[in-house]
Write a protein that binds this ligand. Structure first.
Ligand code: 2AM
Ligand code: CA
Length: 263
């Protein structure tokens, strides 16, 4: 395994340890919503600090784009980090959350790690080197159309609730033409599941780059495609993402297109 990917794995496992140490406590918390949220963001922050510290030890000149601490440093090497993707699940003791770490070099995704600390599943990818689950090669499914497909998604939240009407149109179109839709609550893990062939495809609106970066490389290295809702490459900026094997992706885009928000 490459040195850079090795460090990312070490950082992800350490963050996973921080999360697991707190998972029972969050379940027992019987306090106000505010202090619950403070507690969760504290776990987010501790996990993120652990990741950044682990990477900095080896690569002090690299830059970071992380969900909690934002953008730090200036470098052609940028680590894109979500220390706890699926915070709402974590807060409720619903066991679907993950750590997501990607390295982008000169604007290109080079390495990605997604770690599920509950199942201790480690998804890894390096550009040109394929994708792995716990060291074994994974691939997207070979499904070519919507019939029989199992598709992951996320519901619009916060500001994106203004697109709820459009989203419901998309939801209906996909629901009526596939075997089922799953909403698990961690976009990073959803993308890892597409890479592993557990889901045939995935779409969501309004995500952050840290939700998508590692998962994007995983899906691509597992033989799948990742695009914007228009079929182009700007999803890390727009936050709107579709991931699937190539032919299935074309079918998903065709179903979503009539429901795209005008703006
Ligand atoms: P997060 O847990 O790191 O915030 C689920 O739809 C995806 O959206 C998750 O990857 C989640 O990442 C992200 N998300 C961001 N803000 C959210 C919110 N307020 N509610 C639900 N999901 C949110
Ligand atoms: Ca996230």
């Amino acid at each position: 395994m490459q040195a850079l990917l090795n460090i990312a794995v070490r950082a992800a496992r350490r963050a996973g340890d921080v999360i697991i140490r707190h998972v029972d406590h969050v379940h027992k918390l019987t306090v106000t919503a505010k202090s619950r949220n403070d507690f969760v963001s504290e776990v987010d922050r501790m996990a993120e600090a652990e990741i950044i510290q682990t990477i900095r030890e080896f690569y002090p000149d690299h830059a970071f784009l992380a969900e909690e601490s934002g953008s730090q440093g200036e470098s052609e090497n940028v680590w894109i980090i979500d220390p706890l993707d699926g915070t709402t699940n974590f807060l409720h003791g619903f066991p679907m959350f993950s750590v997501s770490i990607a390295l982008q070099t000169k604007g290109r995704l080079e390495h990605g790690v997604i770690y599920d600390p509950m199942r201790q599943e480690l998804f890894t990818a390096s550009r040109g080197d394929g994708a792995q689950l716990d060291g074994r090669k994974i691939r997207v499914t070979n499904r070519k159309n919507l019939e029989g497909a199992l598709i992951g998604t996320g519901f619009p939240y916060r500001a994106n609730r203004r697109f709820m009407q459009e989203y419901i149109g998309m939801f209906r179109a996909i629901a009526e033409n596939t075997v089922g839709i799953r909403r698990a609550g961690s976009a990073a893990l959803d993308l890892a599941y597409v890479a592993a062939g557990r889901l045939d495809g995935f779409w969501e609106l309004g995500l952050g780059p840290w939700d998508m970066a590692a998962g994007t490389l995983l899906v691509r290295e597992a033989g799948g495609h990742v695009t914007d809702l228009d079929g182009d490459d700007t999803f890390l900026e727009s936050g709107n993402i579709v991931a699937a094997p190539s032919k299935l992706l074309t079918s998903i885009l065709a179903e979503l297109r009539p429901h795209l928000p005008k703006s």
